[in-house]
Write a protein that binds this ligand. Structure first.
Ligand SMILES: Cc1cc2nc3c(=O)[nH]c(=O)nc-3n(C[C@H](O)[C@H](O)[C@H](O)COP(=O)(O)O)c2cc1C
Length: 195
């Protein structure tokens, strides 16, 4: 695929052994191997306090929220992989999305960083549903809350403990092919909608 768009992959888990970080890393590797320039970023490198309105009034969004928004702006498409915590997204991911939504630039419309790029979502969990229920909430947050364009296709990787081989690839080759096709669609759509 010939494209000059850049994709960003990150997971809604900071855990060292996170399955969703593995999935996000794999996504960036698949993209790069297929000629789509991609970056994996670990939210561990962007710690932020839990959102608090008084804190925002006192000191504004944390520097890491500004830095993460800047990183998002440097990419045309964003792939988020998220675990399922009690049928929803992780507090880490929600907090990150919330803080970034509060970083405002006088010269741009609210939520511009979300509205001006394309997102794709995926998830993995040790159970049989592959974080499917968190993806329902994540889609709602991105689309209804933040005004983002989210691809209809998504990837859910169940039974995570046995889902990855020693090279970090998915054992289920049809799932790996599905992942590749979602990534290619993300790049294609980001290219088509680039503003
Ligand atoms: C607070 C909490 C709630 C969880 N709720 C769910 C759940 O609703 N469904 C599920 O499949 N797994 C659930 N899990 C298990 C996670 O899927 C599992 O810890 C997973 O490995 C987390 O993703 P990670 O490996 O990317 O960190 C929960 C874990 C925690 C800590």
């Amino acid at each position: 695929m010939s494209t000059d768009v850049k994709l960003l992959f990150f997971a809604g888990s900071a855990r060292e052994g996170s399955f969703n970080k593995r999935l996000a890393r794999l996504g960036a590797d698949i993209a790069n191997a297929n000629g789509i320039e991609s970056t994996f970023v670990d939210l561990s490198d962007y710690p932020m306090p839990i959102y608090h309105g008084d804190l925002e009034v006192e000191s504004g969004p944390p520097d890491n929220a500004k830095a993460f928004k800047e990183l998002m702006q440097q990419h045309d498409g964003i792939f988020i992989t998220c675990p399922e915590y009690n049928s929803s997204v992780t507090p880490l991911l929600k907090n990150t999305l919330d803080w970034v939504s509060r970083v405002r630039d006088e010269t741009e419309a609210p939520l511009h960083v979300y509205k001006s790029r394309v997102f794709a979502i995926g998830g993995s969990s040790p159970g049989g549903f592959g974080a499917m229920r968190s993806l329902i909430d994540l889609r709602k947050i991105l689309q209804l809350g933040l005004g983002a364009h989210v691809l209809p296709e998504q990837i859910a990787v169940p039974r995570a403990a046995n889902a990855f081989d020693d090279n970090g690839h998915l054992e289920d080759k049809s799932l790996q092919e599905l992942y590749k096709s979602v990534i290619q669609h993300l790049a294609y759509t980001a290219q088509a909608l680039r503003r």
